[in-house]
Structures are given as structure tokens and as C-alpha cells.
Design a protein around this ligand. Structure first.
Ligand code: FES
Ligand code: MG
Length: 574
């Protein structure tokens, strides 16, 4: 049923006749606003993660103005609410430490202010799950506007992809195949505009997930950030947010189990980022819906990989946009999706993608002739990862997917940095590199260290991939035979903490196995000798994070942010 002005949440602030509402109205006047501006209108909070240290979001100030234009047009009242930006490139030790911070900020900005609906402006990796998690918990009508991918990179006429080509050419530089001046030219050409990484990295993955969930307008996830369509998307999203308030269409009406699984399925078919696994689990936790690594693996096995984007394939997001965009991908995947799920525009996913065609066949393959018959990610289990681990097998070396080799163990990142290139390190191409202290607690924040660099002497011999295992994450733009998110993590004394140089490790991706071939008695003996590393932050946010963060197989949310039976009451207005 359509809501009326007196039903609006903001009416409790502005519309009643008491001392407090006098204060709210007089203070609105202080900002130059008259009741004509806001009275009886849906207040749309624009949660903006713009910052001058986030190059992916540098256009979001302008986009916020464009959203406001749409909100005004539709008879709403827009208010911009700045939130922590989580710029992936500059923020240390890792933005993942702060995903839950932004999620809490989003939820509490919505709850404590007179908002009736939200427009969420974000895009750089962690901002997407954070904004969605916060919006789900606040459960006010919300629409997500992805920042959009940047333009394709260019170097000597070759296309460069964010992240992926940096890793590739860095390895070539270390091997002595690229000069300083060529490296400088790449620095000039790899990031040519504002917007998010234009490979199938975490930002693209999460933007597409949001679209598949139904939380964006159709086609939103693939529009390049500098394209004029992106401004029109922002304005249309503002208009639509106002309508969603009158219709009372909330995130929990959209984010059903089937919608959540549509997102997982789409990402698997697109060769999406391993990071999505952690975020999907956290989002499911906020919704109180069942999702675990087994289910994600099952969904991945059911989805053919059809999107030919780096790092699993050849192309970039701009190519996908010209090829028909994500709508065309979803259309190709239709037989494997639940098309009846309602989306932010009030229409079903099926209605939104109807007739969307693929214009460049090499970019989006068919279900009949996919890039690979299975989705991009696989979940592993075994004596080295009793609670699970993740691999992007679509971007790994096929010959290493079944491999047994002796471990070379690094105790932490600094140990690795110090010894990796030591000519005396007894490492061969068959060794398995192991990195500890890189998990949710150990990193802390599970930094993207999982694509460990290869030892220089092996690079010079022409080796370009090895089996690498850690409790870290890796960038969605990374590739190689990297096993990530090992749970429980080494900081908690998981088996990863007990591996020693020379132990044999068995990887069997087709059978989803990851085993440490050391007998139990010996492992128990080592466990008895193990000393837990010190907590890293003695106070502050990092300390609080360490008390409450869950392990990778549970999504790394704070335990107290999961869905509960009892709802938080609306704030008293006194
Ligand atoms: Fe922002 Fe990749 S660094 S999306
Ligand atoms: Mg990234």
C-alpha cells in the first residue's frame, strides 16, 4: 500500500507539533531551508564515500549533486551524508579492517537521522558490501549506485588492466625484461580516469553482485564512470529512491535467499573476485539467511564461466559495456537464475534483462560454449584448512591444480619480504609457498597478500606460477595458483600455524581437497609447543575489531552485527 506523508519516518522529526520539532524546523531554516523544501517529502540520505584519497570515487561529489537533482524532481528532499571512503589503494593496513566500520556507519547514519530512504554511493571494493550490509540492517528503502569502472588502460597501444597487468609486468620487470622507462610509461597509462578498477576485480564483482541482487537500477554495474550515462544513472537513482519510499520497498524485500543466490551464481559465471566469498557470507549473516562455503561451491559448479574478462580472460569492463553490459550477461544466464525476484525499480530481474543482447560474442560467451564448464571459484577443505579455503581456479595454472610439494614457510609478511629473493632459499618451482599471520586477526584485516611474489631466481628461470597458500585474501585482479582464506587462521593456531619447511602439502582442486601430509600425533606435538602471537592493537578500533571479528568462513563481520530476532527500536525523539 502506498504510504502517506504522515507515515514518513522523517515526519516524527519535522511534522509534529512539539518543542523538539520546533528545534528541527528552526535549524532547517538556519540552513536556508523552508518547509516547502522538505515538509511531507521523503528525506533521502545520500551516503557518499567520496574522498580526496580515493581516486576511484573522486567523481562522487558530482554524482551526489546529480542524485539530488533526481530526488528534487521526484518530490523528495535530498541530504548528503559523508561516510568513511575506504580507498583501496591508499588506506593501510587494508580497507578490509574497516569494512564493518563503514557498514556500522551506514546503518547508524540512517537510524539516527531523519532519513526515509537512502542512495548509496560507493564502488571501490569494500565500500560495496559495507554499504549494502549497513542498508540491510537499517532496512530503509535503499538504492545502490556503483561508482563505475574507469576507462581502459593503455601502453604503447596495448590495453592495460588495473591490478592484473601491474602484477604481470612487475614480474617481468623483476625478471629483467622491462626497463625503467617502460615501467614509467605504464604508470602514466594504467589509470586514465576516475572510477573503479576496470578488470573483473573486487569492485566490478561486487557491483555486478549488487545488480544481480536487485539493489541497483538495471545495467548500473557496467557503465564506465566517465560516461555521460553514469550521470543519468545517478539522477534516475535519485528519482527512484523517492518512489521506493512511497512504495515502502526495502532491502529485505529485495534481498531474498533467491536474490542472494542470483548474486553468487552471477559472480561464479563471471570469474569474479575471491573477496566476494567473504562478503557474501557477511551479507547472508546480516539477512539471517543460510549460506556457507559448501553452498557457494555447489553454485559455482553449476555455473559455466561465460565472461571473458581479465584476470580469468582477455577483456576489460569498458569492452563489456560495449558488448551489452551486465544485463546481457544476466540474460545469457537466465536459465540458471531466479528471474521472479523483485528489484529496486519495482520490476523483476526477468523483466529488467528481457531482450538484452550480446553485441561482441568474444566478450560474453554462451552457455553452450563457455570459457569453462564450471564457475570461477572453488572452496577447498582438508587437514590444512578444516573450516575451508578458497581458490580462483579460473585464473590459476591448470597443471598446478593437482599438486603435491614441500612447504617453504614464511612466518609473516616481513619474513617473506626478507627471505624470498635469498639465492640460498631452497625453493624450486614445485615448492609450496606458505604465508602465515595474514588472516582476519593476524594481518590484521586479512590483507591482500595472498598472491605472494615469486622468488627472483625462479622468475629468471621463466617460472610464472607456483602453489601459494595463506590465510590472507588477494586482490580480485590477481591470478595464479593461490589458496586463500584458510580457516581457522594461523593466528588462532589453525593447522597453517603448524606447517614446517619440507612438510608435504597436497592440493587437489577437482576433489576440493587441501591436506597437510603430516600425521596427527606430530601435529598435536607441534600444537603443544605453539605460542599464540600477540594481539596487534592494544586499544581503539583495532582492539574492538579483534574482540568481535569472525573467521573468513563466516564472513569476517562482527559477531554482534548478525541478524537477531529482536529488532532495534526506532530512536526516541526527545
Ligand atoms: Fe578502487 Fe580497485 S582500487 S576499485
Ligand atoms: Mg581490489
Amino acid at each position: 500500500m502506498r504510504r502517506k506523508p504522515e507515515d514518513l519516518r522523517s515526519n516524527r522529526w519535522f511534522g509534529v507539533d512539539d518543542l523538539r520539532s520546533f528545534g528541527h524546523r528552526s535549524r532547517a531554516k538556519q540552513m536556508g531551508l523552508s518547509p516547502e523544501d522538505y515538509a511531507g517529502k521523503p528525506v533521502i540520505g545520500i551516503i557518499n564515500t567520496w574522498s580526496e584519497l580515493n581516486p576511484c570515487h573522486i567523481h562522487l561529489r558530482t554524482r551526489a549533486e546529480e542524485v539530488k537533482r533526481g530526488v528534487w524532481q521526484a518530490g523528495g528532499f535530498p541530504v548528503e551524508l559523508p561516510a568513511m571512503s575506504l580507498g583501496e589503494t591508499m588506506q593501510k593496513p587494508t580497507t578490509m579492517l574497516y569494512r564493518n566500520f563503514l557498514a556500522m556507519e551506514t546503518e547508524e547514519l540512517a537510524r539516527s537521522n531523519p532519513c526515509d530512504g537512502l542512495v548509496l554511493l560507493g564502488g571501490c571494493d569494500k565500500t560495496v558490501p559495507a554499504l549494502l550490509m549497513g542498508a540491510i540492517s537499517a532496512n530503509l528503502p535503499s538504492i545502490f549506485v556503483p561508482a563505475g569502472p574507469m576507462l581502459r588502460g593503455n601502453w604503447k597501444g596495448q590495453q592495460l588492466g588495473s591490478g592484473s597487468d601491474v602484477w604481470k609486468y612487475w614480474a617481468e620487470k623483476r625478471a629483467g625484461n622491462i626497463s625503467e622507462s617502460e615501467w614509467g610509461e605504464m604508470e602514466d597509462g594504467i589509470a586514465r580516469s576516475f572510477g573503479t578498477c576496470m578488470t573483473m576485480g573486487t569492485a566490478s564483482t561486487l557491483a555486478m553482485s549488487a545488480e544481480a541482487f536487485g539493489m541497483t537500477l538495471p545495467g548500473a554495474s557496467t557503465i564506465p564512470a566517465p560516461d555521460a550515462s553514469h550521470s543519468r544513472l545517478a539522477t534516475a537513482s535519485g528519482r527512484r529512491a523517492v518512489e521506493m519510499v512511497w512504495e515502502d520497498l526495502k532491502p529485505r524485500d529485495i534481498m531474498t535467499q533467491a536474490a542472494l543466490e542470483n548474486g553468487v551464481r552471477a559472480v561464479m559465471a563471471c570469474g569474479g573476485s575471491t573477496n566476494a566469498v567473504v562478503h557474501f557470507l557477511a551479507i547472508a549473516g546480516r539477512l539471517g539467511l543460510p549460506l556457507d562455503l559448501e553452498r557457494i561451491d555447489q553454485l559455482s559448479r553449476e555455473m559455466p564461466l561465460i565472461l571473458n574478462l581479465r584476470p580469468s580472460g582477455d577483456y576489460l569492463m569498458e569492452d563489456l559495456y560495449y558488448a551489452g553490459g551486465f544485463k546481457a550477461v544476466l540474460n545469457r544466464l537466465s536459465p540458471l537464475l531466479d528471474l521472479d525476484q523483485v528489484t529496486v525499480n519495482g520490476k523483476t530481474l526477468g523483466e529488467n534483462i528481457k531482450g538484452a543482447e550480446v553485441h561482441i560474442p568474444d566478450v560474453v560467451k554462451t552457455l553452450e560454449e563457455p570459457m569453462s564448464p564450471e564457475g570461477g571459484l572453488a572452496m577447498l577443505k582438508g587437514t590444512l584448512a578444516p573450516n575451508g579455503a578458497v581458490i580462483k581456479h579460473s585464473a590459476a595454472s591448470p597443471e598446478l591444480l593437482t599438486h603435491t610439494g614441500p612447504a617453504i614457510v614464511f612466518n609473516d609478511y616481513n619474513d617473506m619480504a626478507k627471505r624470498l629473493d635469498d639465492p640460498d632459499l631452497p625453493v624450486t618451482k614445485d615448492s609450496v609457498l606458505v604465508l602465515r599471520q595474514a588472516g582476519p586477526l593476524g594481518g590484521p584485516g586479512m590483507p591482500e597478500w595472498g598472491m605472494m611474489p615469486l622468488p627472483k631466481k625462479l622468475l629468471q628461470q621463466g617460472v610464472r606460477d607456483m602453489v601459494r597458500i595463506s590465510d590472507a585474501r588477494m586482490s580480485g585482479t590477481s591470478y595464479g595458483t593461490c589458496i586463500l582464506h584458510v580457516a581457522p587462521e594461523s593466528h588462532l593456531g589453525g593447522p597453517l600455524a603448524l606447517v614446517r619447511d619440507g612438510d608435504l602439502i597436497e592440493l587437489d582442486v577437482p576433489n576440493r581437497k587441501l591436506n597437510l601430509l603430516v600425521d596427527e600425533a606430530e601435529l598435536n606435538r607441534r600444537k603443544g609447543e605453539w605460542v599464540q602471537p600477540k594481539v596487534i592493537y592494544p586499544r581503539g578500533y583495532g582492539w574492538m575489531y579483534a574482540q568481535h571479528v569472525t573467521q573468513a568462513d563466516k564472513g569476517c563481520d562482527f559477531d554482534y552485527l548478525h541478524e537477531t530476532e529482536e529488532q532495534i527500536p526506532e530512536p526516541e525523539i526527545h
